[in-house]
Design a protein around this ligand. Structure first.
Ligand SMILES: CC(C)(COP(=O)(O)OP(=O)(O)OC[C@H]1O[C@@H](n2cnc3c(N)ncnc32)[C@H](O)[C@@H]1OP(=O)(O)O)[C@@H](O)C(=O)NCCC(=O)NCCS
Length: 378
């Protein structure tokens, strides 16, 4: 029987949208008890379209591995209940716009007074300090502000309009930055007993992982421009008989293997394109894989869902959802030797675990929980 690495860690999850929920989903997958606390009217992502049987695919994906409770933090009783739970928890995570926690009466000074071991992580667009700190943000705002939309345009068409990446990477990268911060803070706490405040900004996290700033400040170029001038210019996406195939040819032995394979000393884009165009995707992939050249078919999402490698790595899991029934969702990508990660607990219905959590943590009876519901506290 495998253990999970974060068993015994309790997380109070006040997050919404994506940047926060993706962080807490991974904490839950690694065994933390994540209690997602929503206002009684539910967080915004529950309504993100298209609703399938009333459930958002976004919420169903992002809020797995969590227990769901409702709590009105603007009600004095709700606030007291939260404070009691802080005393019994290890981590608080939120991604409201800066200042919201202070206005609610749940700022860092209050939380650490309640529990000196608490780790309090905030994710926001621009951070808790600085001239832009009071601005609201979503992924596209951070993609724009961090230079990422400009980089997309520069790599697609330098003369064209800015482009946004199709997935919310300016949520996932900040979410994972907060995740790393929380894990490091847990290690630090295990040595000192002290918790700490973690402040992650979407814009900062995007800047931090972008090598183009190094290319730009040192050589006035970008990562993509530099790579396209590096090595053999036939690397890239080529059209085969029945689809597209991508391969990478850095200078050196990999390119030599490719020259040998296709029997061409002088590699030109047109000659390579013609060689690929005569073959199917499967054939090109088979030949290049055999020759040791990095290559992949350009998959659509159905291809990925059916892919033998993704399946061998259990990257799609069956999740039994109380309303949707059996769903297929992405699995856990970190393969540990000693512990286990798991993404198969469905996202909670609104307030699904109210009785379970409030009786376990606050000693409330079912009737008391029901009375709180009627009073608008939960
Ligand atoms: C995403 C964002 C733009 C949404 O802004 P918003 O609609 O004003 O939503 P917020 O969640 O910040 O605040 C909503 C209100 O609900 C309240 N609220 C939230 N949870 C509550 C609860 N459990 N009980 C009672 N009230 C609650 C907040 O106190 C706030 O009240 P206010 O209007 O009096 O200030 C903003 O939260 C933000 O910029 N977050 C940081 C960046 C980020 O993570 N963005 C999302 C990326 S996916």
């Amino acid at each position: 029987m495998f253990m999970k690495a974060l068993e015994g860690i309790r997380v109070l999850d006040l997050t919404h949208a994506m940047a926060g929920p993706i962080c807490t989903m991974f904490l839950g997958a690694m065994g933390a008890e994540v209690i997602k606390i929503e206002p009684p009217w539910g967080e915004m992502t529950r309504m993100f379209p298209p609703l399938v049987k009333g459930v958002s695919p976004y919420f169903a994906f992002l809020d797995r591995n969590k227990k769901g409770v409702t709590l009105n933090l603007k009600h004095p009783k709700g606030l007291d209940m939260f404070k009691e739970m802080v005393k019994k928890s290890d981590v608080v995570v939120e991604n409201f716009w800066p200042g919201t926690m202070d206005v609610l009466g749940l700022g860092w000074e209050t939380l650490r007074e309640l529990n000196p071991g608490i780790i309090f992580a905030s994710i926001s667009g621009f951070g808790q300090t600085g001239p832009w700190s009071n601005r609201r943000s979503f992924d596209p705002i951070a993609q724009a502000a961090s230079g990422y939309m400009w980089l997309m345009k520069d790599s697609i068409d330098p003369e064209g309009p800015p482009h946004q990446a199709p997935e919310a990477i300016a949520d996932t990268i900040p979410g994972f930055s907060a995740l790393i911060g929380i894990l490091a803070a847990l290690v630090h706490r295990s040595k000192t007993g002290r918790g700490q405040r973690i402040d992650v900004a979407q814009m900062d996290a995007m800047i931090a992982v972008s090598p183009s700033f190094s290319f730009w400040t040192l050589a006035r170029t970008t990562f993509k421009r530099a790579v396209s001038g590096y090595g053999v210019r036939v690397s890239g996406c080529h059209k085969a008989k029945d689809g597209y195939v991508m391969f990478s040819l850095p200078p050196g032995r990999i390119t030599d293997w490719f020259r040998e394979l296709i029997g061409m000393e002088e590699l030109t884009w047109d000659a390579v394109a013609a060689w690929v165009a005569e073959r199917t995707v499967d054939k090109v992939v088979e030949l290049l894989v055999k020759a040791g050249i990095p290559v992949a078919p350009v998959h659509d999402l159905d291809d990925v869902l059916a892919n033998e490698q993704a399946r061998a790595r259990e990257m799609f899991v069956k999740v039994e959802h109380p309303v949707l029934g059996e769903t297929t969702l992405p699995g856990f990508p970190i393969k540990f030797s000693e512990t286990k990660g798991d993404m198969t607990t469905p996202a909670p219905l609104l307030g699904q675990h109210n009785v379970e959590v409030y009786s376990a943590l606050l000693g409330l009876s079912e009737d008391e929980v029901e009375a709180l519901r009627k009073e608008g506290v939960i």
